[in-house]
Design a protein. Structure first.
Length: 161
């Protein structure tokens, strides 16, 4: 499992790439409190493993959004996932994102209805270029992605903004 410094560095690299800038040369900024929603167990797998279901609802983060990331199916060497994001705030969310942590060795290779990024265990999907704003009360639920994994991956520490 990656230590907090490694994950923090990965998040800084991904955040810099999202903003179109370079990562800071030396870490000097204070961190805001983490915005975490509920992680979800795999929803359906095509392997012999029994499906796991969750009925919990993610809490609204301080940024006014909720997000879910679920495993839709898996096969030897790969998986397909889905994600949703909802703007629970009163203002439009510009350049929204969903971020989560994946196990070591799992890669995010392609996404639809969003732009994928990965740095180490940190995976992100950003708003697609043609639809950067999410109006108040709106939900994007047709986000999908595929990747490589030796076994069905778990998605944890799901955040949005």
């Amino acid at each position: 499992m990656a230590g907090p410094h490694l994950v923090g560095a990965a998040v800084a690299l991904v955040a810099a790439a999202c903003a179109g800038g370079e990562p800071p040369a030396q870490h000097t900024a204070a961190h805001p409190p983490a915005r975490t929603t509920t992680a979800h167990s795999p929803a359906r797998q095509s392997t012999a493993h029994p499906p796991a279901r969750t009925t919990t609802h993610p809490p609204v983060s301080p940024s006014g959004c909720t997000a879910t990331v679920t495993l839709v199916e898996s096969w030897p060497g790969g998986y397909r996932g889905g994600a949703t994001i909802r703007n629970a705030g009163a203002r439009p969310m510009r350049d929204w994102y969903i971020q989560w942590i994946m196990p070591r060795g799992v890669t995010l290779t392609q996404a639809w209805n969003g732009t994928p990024m990965q740095s180490g265990p940190v995976a992100m999907i950003h708003a697609p270029t043609g639809k950067p704003a999410l109006p108040p009360g709106a939900t994007v639920s047709d986000i999908g992605f595929v990747g490589a994994a030796a076994s069905p991956p778990a998605f944890t520490q799901i955040t949005c903004g």
